[in-house]
Design a protein around this ligand. Structure first.
Ligand code: HEM
Length: 210
């Protein structure tokens, strides 16, 4: 199913995120791993993205080790089970306005570590993804650094969020962005002084595909 992020929505998200980063990391400071995970707004954006666009929409197939009942269905031992996360995480009985990107819906969710069966992008139970915490740290750190070091602009007014096909959930069209990097020159100079390696190309006006 395709959806479109409105320009106002993503601008608000980016502005609020930048403000939150300024508060936690300090002005003109790069994020480190510990402050990246404290930035609630950024973490909410990641969580909402994992809700609407789960990386593994059908999780990984599991086999029932004994006869069991799921809702009203009798499941015999040895049945292959797929959990449809994509549907669960957009179920209108569980989520208000389920197809809209509203990162604030996680505002009152503490630190997000509470187990919530409505939202299981890393699976749940004995075979839950052991890299979930690490993945959230790395995503916060990477996204925070990208917000911090570059002033992003969209090329088109609306971002086409159509989903591609696959076992994981690819974006059908690559995201195209512009980053006029001279706007964040102090930070960039700091990066270059420290000889931080970056995979981003460094033209004055560049575009990148994600
Ligand atoms: C956004 C990033 C990631 C997502 C969304 C993700 C999601 C998942 C999901 C849905 C499963 C299957 C859970 C199930 O069977 O119900 C899984 C399993 C697994 N993940 Fe991840 N994962 C991510 C990152 C990582 C990282 C960074 C590592 C390692 C450092 C990792 C290691 C594993 C391993 C080893 C399993 C198999 C666990 C088992 O079967 O016992 N994952 N992951």
């Amino acid at each position: 199913m395709g959806s479109v992020a409105s320009p106002q929505q993503s601008t608000n998200n980016e502005e609020a995120s930048t403000r939150d980063i300024e508060t936690h990391a300090g002005h003109n400071q790069l994020l480190n791993e510990s402050n990246a995970s404290k930035i609630k707004y950024l973490q909410n954006i990641i969580t909402e993205t994992l809700r609407i666009y789960p990386v593994a929409p059908l999780l990984i197939p599991h086999e029932s080790s004994s006869d069991c009942k799921v809702c009203d269905y009798d499941i015999p031992k040895g049945t292959m089970l797929l959990a449809n996360l994509w549907t669960l995480q957009k179920d209108p009985n569980l989520w208000a306005d389920p197809t809209r990107f509203v990162s604030e819906r996680f505002d009152d969710n503490g630190d997000g570590s509470k187990v919530c069966y409505n939202m299981i992008p890393f699976g749940v139970g004995r075979r839950v993804c052991p890299g979930g915490v690490l993945a959230k740290h790395v995503m916060g750190h990477a996204l925070g650094a990208l917000f911090r070091c570059f002033e992003w602009e969209k090329i088109e007014d609306q971002v086409d969020m159509a989903e591609g096909i696959g076992l994981t959930l690819p974006k059908a069209q690559s995201l195209q962005t512009l980053f006029p990097i001279e706007l964040r020159m102090p930070l960039l100079r700091e990066l270059l002084k420290k000889k931080v390696k970056t995979r981003l190309p460094l033209p004055l006006f560049g575009s990148n595909n994600f």
